[in-house]
Design a binder for this molecule. Structure first.
Ligand SMILES: CC(C)(COP(=O)(O)OP(=O)(O)OC[C@H]1O[C@@H](n2cnc3c(N)ncnc32)[C@H](O)[C@@H]1OP(=O)(O)O)[C@@H](O)C(=O)NCCC(=O)NCCS
Length: 178
């Protein structure tokens, strides 16, 4: 399955994407707010292996679909949509982009398309986005795609030897259409 935006192609990962995936997952700035630390090539290969298996529409709780984000000839990011509850028609979006193209609106553009995919194609009712409370750039992305901050969980997660506060943002299908 492929999705398109004005500047981007969101397509399934292929084995050829290892170099791109490794390049951003080996950058300390990129992984700063992720659950894992920098990945070596073997770690990136394991991650890619998992991405290669997640290319179909999620149907059961906990299943996700991942897309490699291509801009021109370059793969610049990794975005996904995970079905949190089929019964509640609720999913979570996530995104990781390499630092070289930061601040050019690519995450927002890809995330907007994930909302369209979720609401139009998957008939979801609610889509959420979660990020560390200190992660201002991610909050800016969630805000500009129309999400509202719904929660701030204080020191809720133990990540990389420290307690991290987490924000949860969300948008409903009728808000998105409005
Ligand atoms: C967070 C991330 C997805 C943003 O990607 P991006 O392509 O630069 O995003 P965009 O250009 O669409 O938007 C970035 C927004 O953050 C804002 N921003 C960037 N740094 C900021 C900061 N330190 N404080 C406040 N806002 C900031 C930008 O101004 C922009 O908002 P605007 O369009 O309203 O001006 C990207 O940096 C990334 O992948 N980081 C590493 C992985 C990660 O942390 N993923 C998210 C996990 S929750």
């Amino acid at each position: 399955m492929e999705l398109r935006t004005e500047r981007l192609l969101l397509r399934p990962f292929t084995p050829d994407d290892l170099t791109a995936l490794h390049s951003w997952h080996s950058d300390p700035e990129v992984v700063r707010y992720l659950f894992w630390d920098v990945l070596d090539l073997d770690g990136a290969r394991d991650l890619l292996e998992r991405r290669l298996g997640r290319v179909t529409v999620p149907e059961a709780d906990g299943e996700s679909i991942h897309f490699a984000v291509r801009y021109g000839t370059e793969v610049i990011g990794d975005v996904h949509l995970e079905l949190l509850s089929a019964e509640q028609r609720c999913a979570e979006i996530g995104y990781v982009f390499g630092g070289a193209q930061a601040g050019r609106g690519f995450a927002g553009e890809a995330a907007r398309e994930l909302l369209r995919f979720g609401f139009d194609d998957l008939a979801l009712h609610r889509i959420v986005g979660k990020c560390a409370a200190e992660h201002r750039a991610s909050q800016a992305v969630l805000r500009k795609i129309g999400m509202r901050q719904e929660a701030h969980f204080v020191e809720a997660l133990w990540v990389k030897d420290a307690w991290v506060s987490e924000q949860e943002w969300a948008i409903l299908e009728h808000e998105w259409r409005g």
